[in-house]
Design a protein around this ligand. Structure first.
Ligand code: 5AD
Ligand code: SF4
Length: 428
């Protein structure tokens, strides 16, 4: 989502006459788009800002965008006095005006209001990937997971009209993009504000039927809002990729309740059953937090059991990081840093073994890949499967640049924990 926000900001600036340079050294205006989901991400911003302190004022203007900007607000000016612009994502629609203020010599400009009904849509988005285009369909989040800073930094949910989403999808297809990824902090709770009144399942089906679009993905889902209709829509149209990312966070219903996740382990497993009993085979991935306040060894064991039960194809795992304003900040029974670290290692080790086994089962299969790049030194092309796996493969015409962006059948010949290797195949 942040990558796409940057694409929108860059497109907007280019439209206003700015041009992009390769390095911060060459730039007159340096904007940092920031993430505050965990403390580490936030610390990075302040470290980077320090790197340029010396050159500030010498024809260079600095701005901080995104969630750290929203969270820290004017405090950023105290921590990094060479910064002139602090803007949260809910104010990006006004970014153009704010830059005019900066050009007129104002030293401190802020955009920190969360009081908006708007989403940041622009026809000038610069697209970095030649095949896959992102479309934001909903911004903000109305949930209140006890660990999460997003509702405070991105504000309440606002959905775009189905008409504007479909117009963007149609334009992208005409421009030659073949894959669309629909984005939202909680993409499942999309609700068309126009009279058409589409829900997320309808939106998925409609985007998947745009001529020229061969793959549709979406991120990220909340299990509570992942209704059966979504799975039915996916099963009906293979353009909707063979992959569901369904963040569970913990395998213990007790911890899930403390996190205010609004589902139990059993309710989560019901959704996994829908996915596993669907017509097609889907890859299932998740996010897990270890060391949430009050998480006991027994709770953690339940998360490990869940990994055995679900057999995820991949997962993102994080140590709990206390965030400002969140409910978990005040919770008792903090887990020590050592225990968090230990649990993270145990979890990742277990998942690695699962992935080695699951990927090995794919040897001999033929999968369709979208060609996304090349490892020239290895003589391999980089492909991505519908299930979102990386499948590197050899092709007889290895020097042929024209494979980029193509969809090709590839036979899997080898596997590792994180990727597959194969060779170009012709389907009989
Ligand atoms: N600490 C650790 N991980 C977090 N996430 C969100 N907030 C926190 C936090 N405070 C993780 C969740 C979420 C993913 C995007 O980041 O697992 O799904
Ligand atoms: Fe954060 Fe996702 Fe929970 Fe919203 S649903 S509060 S974005 S973890």
């Amino acid at each position: 989502m942040n990558i796409h926000d940057s694409e929108k900001v860059i497109g907007t600036l280019a439209q206003q006459g700015y041009s992009q340079v390769e390095t911060p050294e060459e730039a007159g205006l340096v904007l940092y788009n920031t993430c505050s989901i965990r403390d580490k991400a936030e610390q990075k911003v302040f470290n980077r800002l320090q790197n340029f302190k010396k050159v500030a004022g010498k024809g260079k203007v600095f701005g901080v965008l995104g969630c750290v900007a929203q969270q820290e607000g004017e405090k950023i000016f105290d921590k990094a006095p060479h910064v002139s612009l602090v803007v949260g994502s809910a104010s990006y629609t006004k970014l153009g005006e704010m830059l005019v203020q900066i050009e007129n010599g104002e030293r401190r400009v802020t955009g920190l209001s969360l009081d908006t009904e708007e989403t940041f849509d622009t026809p000038f988005t610069r697209r970095d990937n030649p095949n896959r285009a992102y479309i934001t369909i909903i911004e903000g989040c109305d949930k209140s997971c006890a660990y999460c800073v997003v509702p405070f930094t991105r504000g309440p949910e606002r959905s775009r009209t189905s008409e504007s989403v479909m117009a963007e999808a149609g334009r992208l297809a005409e421009q030659g993009f073949t894959e669309i990824q629909l984005l939202g902090q909680n993409v499942n709770s999309y609700q068309d504000p126009s009279p058409a009144g589409w829900d997320f399942a309808t939106m998925l089906s409609k985007v998947a039927s745009v001529p020229g679009i061969r793959r549709v993905r979406y991120t990220t889902s909340h299990p509570r809002d992942f209704v059966k209709r979504i799975m039915d829509a996916m099963d009906e149209n293979p353009v909707l990729c063979d992959h569901v990312h369904l963040p569970v966070q913990s395998g213990s219903s007790r911890v899930l309740a403390a996190m205010d996740r609004l589902y139990t382990r059993d309710e989560y497993m019901r959704r996994i059953d829908w996915i596993k009993s669907a017509k097609r085979k889907y890859s299932i991935t998740t996010d897990i937090i270890v060391g949430f306040p009050g998480e006991t060894d027994e709770d953690f064991q339940k998360t490990l059991d869940l990994l055995d039960e679900v057999q995820y194809d991949s997962l993102f795992s994080f140590k709990y990081s206390p965030r400002p304003k969140t409910a978990a900040l005040e919770m008792a029974d903090k887990v020590s840093e050592e225990d968090k670290q230990q649990r993270l290692l145990v979890l990742q080790e277990k998942q690695r073994a699962i992935q080695i086994r699951r990927n090995a089962e794919l040897i001999g299969d033929i999968q369709e890949v979208l060609v996304e790049g090349r490892h020239a030194s290895l003589g391999q092309w980089i492909g991505r499967t519908s299930s979102n796996r990386t499948l590197n493969f050899t092709h007889p015409d290895v020097g042929d640049e024209s494979l980029m962006g193509k969809y090709l059948p590839v036979r899997v010949t080898r596997s590792g924990p994180n990727s597959l290797v194969g060779e170009s195949a012709t389907v009989v």
